[in-house]
Design a protein around this ligand. Sequence first.
Ligand SMILES: C[S@@+](CC[C@H](N)C(=O)[O-])C[C@H]1O[C@@H](n2cnc3c(N)ncnc32)[C@H](O)[C@@H]1O
Length: 486
Amino acid sequence: MDMEMFLRWAAELGVSDSFDSSRFRDSCLGHSLSVADFPLAGGRGLGAVRELRKGELVLKVPRKALLTTETMVAKDQALRDAVSVHGSLSSTQILSVCLLYEMSKGKSSFWYQYLVHLPRDYDLLATFGEFEKQALQVEDAVWAAEKAIAKSQSEWKEAGAMMKELDLKPKFQSLQAWLWASATISSRTLHIPWDSAGCLCPVGDLFNYDAPGDASNTSKGPESQASPPQTISTSECQSQSEKLTDGGFVEDANAYCLYARRNYQLGEQVLLCYGTYTNLELLEHYGFTLEENPNDKVFIPLEASLYSLASSWPKDSLYIHQDGKPSFALVSTLRLWLVPQSQRDKSVMRLVYAGSQISVKNEILVMKWISEKCGSVLRDLPTSVLEDTVLLQDIDKLQDPGLRLEPKETEAFGIEIRAFLDVNGLWDLINGDVTGFSGKAVEFSRKTNRIMSKWRLSVQWRLRYKRTLADCISYCNEKRNHLSGV
Ligand SMILES: C[S@@+](CC[C@H](N)C(=O)[O-])C[C@H]1O[C@@H](n2cnc3c(N)ncnc32)[C@H](O)[C@@H]1O
């Protein structure tokens, strides 16, 4: 019902998924898209209500509906004055303050119908507590979380004077509120050319994420040669569709235009590509990871001499793909590194830069080196793939709203789950119901559930990392066997 009011409000502002927005005053959706729940791929999202073709315009959001610093300031003199005084803040900090200010207006905000549908909580790295952060285990990831947390705190402090000047209520000035606003902006804004902070795009920010590289599928839906169904002002935006497979602000239309990035069948979730991200970056900026991410990269610690040798390949090109294959640059660098310095002559260098194998012996050494390195990284981590798999199952049990644990189940809990229950003082709650006599399901507080979701994401991330290393070991060993003719 609430959602219906929101979609009607958006329709009144001209948001539309139809060629003739004036015919659809009750809802801005229904011609191409509808809001639906996709529990395995992002939760609330947009589904196709008919077959959609790649490149077709599926949603148009007029400029006046967008939440940008510009549109918010245009409606409020006090905000305009504060923004002009605090020009030293970054545009993202300014947009965060504007968003909190707009939230503080409650029902009197022009965007109230949109604001009430924003998520209450986020799982971005900057919102992780100590326990969830340590659960990432891998040094680079823990460091990324620390950096994100510290950045949010310092940005919040810097924006303090502006929030004070706007006389925001204490709850809107809190770090908690700041984390909410900056996570909203990080995970929901779309790019606009006139403000690097981007814009919040009502309805347009309901699209869930599809990794680039998967957009090539054209076989599922109808063939693109068929004559196009009538779509919204296609002519206005078509010239842009080559450049923007997913969407962008179109000056001529004075609106944000979003396009189908591939063919979709009726009922399928319509996805948007927000960019190319590794799983750690997805976690940092959007608060989720993908089990299958063609852009994921696993970095392993390498010797300093290897980095200096790899000057032809940037440091961030030395990694392992999610499917376990070492990157081209990593293999090339190692080929050279494993040749004794005295033998690195012109012919060797030529082979290395051409991306060719130097010799069977060298290639075997390369595969052995990578496999052993991955093995040692895996051994040095506190838990194994198997332990993490069991832990994820246990977290899922704890997250089950109808949770009723048998005593033997809690006795079998591993160290980490015990530590979680200790740190959060939850043993009594668990044990109280373990007797089974109460017949009542264990109910965790909202705060505990939030921590659990983040902890689960950390375990999911590190498990995916370890699986990639294990796959890399198999890949290298297979290659070695093949090369040695085993
Ligand atoms: C722009 S919003 C998309 C709409 C969002 N699901 C909602 O209910 O408002 C982006 C957020 O959706 C979620 N999300 C998007 N794509 C996802 C995916 N493929 N898997 C899991 N979560 C996803 C993440 O929480 C992300 O921060």
